[in-house]
Write a protein that binds this ligand. Structure first.
Ligand SMILES: [Zn+2]
Length: 365
């Protein structure tokens, strides 16, 4: 099954439970065309609650924790998924939802938040506003961050952990599979455990559809084993990953592990015959001292040729040495030259929701 199959079935053409048994739905946040609706039965809500509670447990979060939920409560699945799981644990929930960054920081400080849940780029926004306010992360009780819904590099992860002084966990899942919580990495940080009693995962070659052996990178394909309202059979997620291990993990869990998501088929940038994922550029940029936490890749067509510009937030936009260095790093990686524009920290405008890392303007006139 593909996203297109699910879209064509809008609103409930592929639903497999009687309509009167639906109790709610979530909607995919796709940017184009018809949305995908996932209707939940009561059993599906229980399933979601259970897998999310498991994810919290894998991150060491329990009933004594204060869980601040920063994804939105609405059609996007994040807010409610984190809510159901934390509610099941008996944790104290701070259901603030998206935005209101100053209030988020105030609550982290005043309510003793120990676990922050977010779309993976939101911590960067929090850190930026915190710096502006002179907010002291050391003085908080924050211990754990559970972040997902976007591809975030290991380098980005290191930065968030050292600035916020927390341990982060990478959570996966999407509206189509029944929401956030399909799997999470554990304290061993040796791959993302997928809850195999609920989800059967395969990795395929995106070109041929052939199932690939463990260890080889390809497209993640998911079959839901316990969903009633909107079960999926061999759904192509477009996420690129690989199966890391089926052995027992040092954390004790036996659920198989996949690699952190490298990119989405949709996100792959193709320019001058070179294919790459934004996360690869992110990794290179984040290794350089003086580089901030946000960047934007723009591609234009100039006189018939593709032209790439990377705008990078940095501590000192007048640092010509850093600019030359980044140009050299990008040229080494891409095999062609890219323009680099340095802007001050906070200089890239951030829209609410998922971060925009690539603007492909080649089809604009
Ligand atoms: Zn583990």
């Amino acid at each position: 099954m593909t996203k297109e199959d699910l879209r064509e079935a809008y609103p409930f053409g592929l639903a497999c439970a009687p309509r009167h048994e639906f109790v709610r739905f979530q909607m995919s946040s796709g940017t184009t065309g018809t949305p995908i609706l996932n209707p939940y039965t009561e059993s599906d809500v229980r399933q979601w609650t259970e897998i999310m509670a498991r994810c919290y447990a894998a991150a060491g979060v329990g009933r004594r924790d204060v869980v601040q939920i920063t994804p939105s409560f609405g059609l996007f699945n994040g807010g409610f998924g984190f809510h159901y799981g934390a509610s099941n644990l008996g944790a104290f929930i701070v259901p603030i939802g998206a935005g209101r960054t100053h209030l988020q920081l105030q609550f982290i400080r005043d309510l003793g938040t120990t676990c922050l849940t977010a779309i993976a780029s939101y911590p960067l926004r929090l850190m930026e506003v915190a710096r502006g306010e002179g907010f002291d992360w050391k003085a908080t009780s924050l211990r754990v961050g559970i972040f997902g819904a976007e591809v975030w590099s290991d380098e980005m992860r290191d930065r968030i952990e050292s600035e916020m002084r927390i341990r982060t966990y990478d959570i996966i899942g999407m509206t189509e599979t029944g929401g956030v919580g399909m799997g999470i990495d554990c304290t061993a940080r040796a791959g993302i455990h997928v809850w195999e009693d609920h989800y059967l995962v395969e990795i395929i070659d995106p070109e041929t559809g052939r199932v690939l052996p463990d260890g080889q990178a390809g497209e993640l394909v998911v079959t839901t084993l316990s969903r009633e309202g909107f079960p999926l059979i061999r759904f192509r997620t477009r996420d690129i990953t690989s199966i890391v291990s089926r052995d027992r993990c040092s954390c004790g869990r036996t659920h198989l592990r996949i690699a952190r998501i490298t990119g989405r088929n949709d996100d792959m940038v193709k320019i001058k015959g070179v294919n790459f994922y934004p996360r690869q550029v992110e990794s290179l940029l984040m290794k350089e001292p003086g580089v901030g936490n946000d960047y934007l890749i723009e591609i234009r067509r100039v006189q018939g040729a593709d032209h790439m510009m990377v705008t990078v937030e940095v501590q000192d936009p007048a640092d010509a040495g850093l600019s030359r260095n980044l140009q050299r790093i990008l040229r080494d990686f891409l095999g062609f030259g890219a323009e680099v524009a340095l802007v001050p920290l906070g200089g890239i405008e951030k829209a609410p929701g998922k971060a925009v890392r690539v603007l492909d303007r080649r089809n604009e006139s």
